[in-house]
Ligand binder design. Structure first.
Ligand SMILES: Cc1cc2nc3c(=O)[nH]c(=O)nc-3n(C[C@H](O)[C@H](O)[C@H](O)COP(=O)(O)O)c2cc1C
Length: 161
């Protein structure tokens, strides 16, 4: 089973017009807030599924190939695909797999103020070779370039452009 989670401002655009309000077109702040709502819904589904013994995996590809998804799901103006979750029953092999390591708490939890990592901390927490490979993949791979192109189109559709 695959679920796609949509940020949906369309119903507000229509309701504001119906109620005679003079509302501007959806803005970036509306998109960021709606994206929060969408990810909250996705993660609630992820946790609920887990409680039933159903595994899931987020799939970032939903912000690629905008035109294909727009057509397949009949996505109108002011509606943006944000998250995709695939669900399934994990195999024993998956259940037994070694969990990936997590960053130490000091690296991700700050109290009262942001802590800019020192060069030493950056060196300790991130491997240079892995970072270089990640950088290359992030900015030159086909899927990453497509994600950037597609996202721009999704934002245009959200903004009513
Ligand atoms: C926003 C987001 C997008 C992801 N997209 C993909 C994807 O397209 N394909 C995939 O196999 N896994 C995808 N994942 C899953 C990650 O690769 C990873 O397996 C998952 O976050 C679990 O991480 P862990 O092994 O550190 O617990 C995505 C995860 C997130 C949070």
């Amino acid at each position: 089973m695959v679920w796609v989670f949509l940020a949906d401002y369309r119903r507000w655009v229509r309701k504001f017009a119906q109620a005679g309000c003079e509302a501007p077109k959806p803005r970036m702040s509306d998109l960021i807030l709606a994206t929060n709502d969408t990810v909250i819904a996705a993660h609630a589904a992820c946790v609920a599924a887990e409680s039933l013994g159903v595994g899931s995996c987020y799939i970032g590809d939903i912000i690629e190939q905008w035109e294909t998804h727009q057509k397949a799901f009949h996505l109108p103006q002011f509606v943006a695909p944000v998250s995709m979750l695939v669900f399934g029953y994990p195999t024993q092999l998956q259940k037994d797999r070694k969990q990936t390591s997590r960053f130490p708490k000091e690296m991700i939890v700050f109290e009262n103020a942001y802590h800019d990592l020192t060069d030493e901390e950056l060196t300790a927490y991130y491997d240079d070779e892995k970072a270089a490979a990640f950088c290359k993949r992030k900015y030159t791979s086909d899927f990453a370039l497509e994600m950037e192109r597609s996202t721009k189109e999704i934002v245009k559709n959200w903004m009513g452009e």
